[in-house]
Design a protein. Structure first.
Length: 465
């Protein structure tokens, strides 16, 4: 017997109020964590255009219009004050501190090479929450163009997993040491081939909010001072009116996660080419070949990225208690109202779940069946054989994982379908009508009636805020 219900009736069209949670994201605590592990940073520099290799803030010219930054950089008459952007997300076991370094120009003086307006690259620092005030620094992942590089510190609990370890993360006074190329500004851990050579600039983190180590502009490298130093100021990505607040600003971004940039002002002059809209915000950073880790996970789901890149001997939680980038999606429970198999063989449910990455895309080459699927999910592959019908079944502990994190975009929060697995014939829909269901809500508890099944879901907007 098949129970046929009103299709796609939304049982809880309005959110059921959630229990109030104490705010875990504390801006002052996060600022102190960010300073504690802020890099001592070596910026390589080229004498052709020293200022184009100097750190600055994204709105260095007084606005958030990005396609005039090449011209504004050319018009500078003094060396810019340096700034570094940061954000902190956390789980009960780890802090994830992201740092981003901005240059108005990604430039070249090599014939037939490519340059572009705006450049933002950085790193993710991984800290184990061992019960002390600042925890234990374990390692880092750096961003260099279309690649991520993995590093560990001495005494770490981390080891290689799906990605290899690319080297050691050196420390000075507890701060990681980093290195950034001239011209293209790829970022690496300091050491090996990535060390000071000739001219460059050493940048140190400052604490101007405590009244010392004020931000200072670097001197121009010279024969008598080839490695000048300067203090940079940290800027919270989530500050009011800041980078995150501008993520939908069309003067700032050409598309979600990609800065606006054009060919004006001399970009691509001579024998170089100039590409447009080629620089990415941290939520647009992506490694070109790291498998089912998608653009921006360094920001909105670093626990998934770190769990794939590294193994650890410490406790490791995937659930965030502070994550301003994300919407948390929990698939709570499932109700099967239709036997699609017949012949005394009950339906075997699975989900196809899709949600946006940091570039606003929810489908990816090689993972076309979604984040969750019966046999090829990017994060979870799961089928439940013959669950009893006409009763609610909790999914926590039943699925390998039933909680996921998507970045907050203007796209639907997620889209999903419920299917019946068949090993020898085509899979049937456990939904009527037979189409994906899209959800735009970002917070609340909901029960969705798909006709042949029902699904209870909880959404949390920006966990910890």
């Amino acid at each position: 017997m098949r129970l046929r219900l009103m299709s796609f009736l939304l049982f809880s069209l309005a959110a059921v109020p959630l229990e109030a949670e104490a705010a875990v994201c504390n801006a002052t605590v996060n600022r102190d964590l960010a300073w504690r592990y802020a890099p001592v940073h070596h910026q390589d520099a080229d004498s052709t255009k020293y200022r184009s290799d100097m750190l600055t803030r994204i709105d260095f010219d007084g606005d958030w219009t990005m396609n005039d930054n090449w011209e504004a950089a050319e018009a500078l008459t003094s060396n810019p004050l340096p700034y570094v952007y940061y954000s902190v997300t956390s789980t009960p076991t780890h802090w994830y501190i992201l740092y981003a370094f901005f240059h108005p120009q990604d430039w070249t003086d090599t014939p037939f090479d490519q340059e572009h307006e705006n450049d933002l690259e950085g790193l993710l620092v991984i800290v184990y929450r061992d019960g002390t005030q600042y925890g234990q620094l374990e390692g880092a992942v750096t961003v260099a163009h279309l690649d991520h590089y993995s590093y560990t510190v001495g005494g770490t609990h981390l080891s290689a997993n799906a990605e290899s370890i690319d080297g050691s993360l050196l420390l000075t006074s507890g701060h990681p040491m980093t290195y950034q190329e001239a011209k293209g500004h790829g970022l690496y851990a300091y050491g090996g081939s990535h060390v000071q050579d000739g001219d460059g600039i050493w940048y140190y983190p400052s604490k101007p909010y405590l009244g010392y180590e004020a931000t200072t502009a670097p001197a121009t490298p010279s024969g008598s001072n080839p490695q000048p130093s300067a203090y940079y100021q940290l800027i919270d990505i989530f500050e009011a009116g800041g980078l995150w607040a501008h993520r939908f600003d069309t003067n700032t971004f050409a598309s979600f996660g990609s800065f606006r940039g054009d060919t004006g002002g001399g970009c691509g002059s001579g024998l170089a080419g100039c590409s447009t809209n080629s620089a990415n915000a941290p939520w647009g950073w992506d490694d070109k070949d790291d498998g089912p880790v998608f653009a921006g996970e360094l920001t909105f789901d670093p626990a998934h990225l770190v769990g794939r890149y590294f193994k650890t001997s410490t406790p490791f939680s995937r659930d965030f208690d502070c994550n301003p980038y994300a919407v948390e999606i929990t698939l709570d429970s499932l109700y099967i109202a239709s036997d699609q198999d017949g012949s005394n063989d009950l339906s075997d449910p699975y989900f196809n779940l899709f949600f946006s990455d940091g570039r606003g895309e929810d489908t990816h080459s090689g993972y076309g069946d979604g984040i969750v699927d019966g046999d090829s999910g990017a994060q979870v592959s799961w089928v439940w054989q013959n669950p009893p019908m006409y009763t609610w079944h909790a999914l926590a502990g039943r699925m390998p994982r039933n909680r996921f994190y998507t970045i907050k975009t203007q796209a639907p929060t997620f889209r999903i379908r419920v299917m019946d697995w068949d090993s020898s014939s085509g899979d049937e829909w456990l939904m009527s009508p037979e189409s994906y269901y899209s959800v735009t809500a970002t917070a609340g508890s909901f029960t969705y009636d798909f006709g042949r099944s029902r699904l209870a879901v909880t959404l949390v907007n920006a966990p910890g805020l």
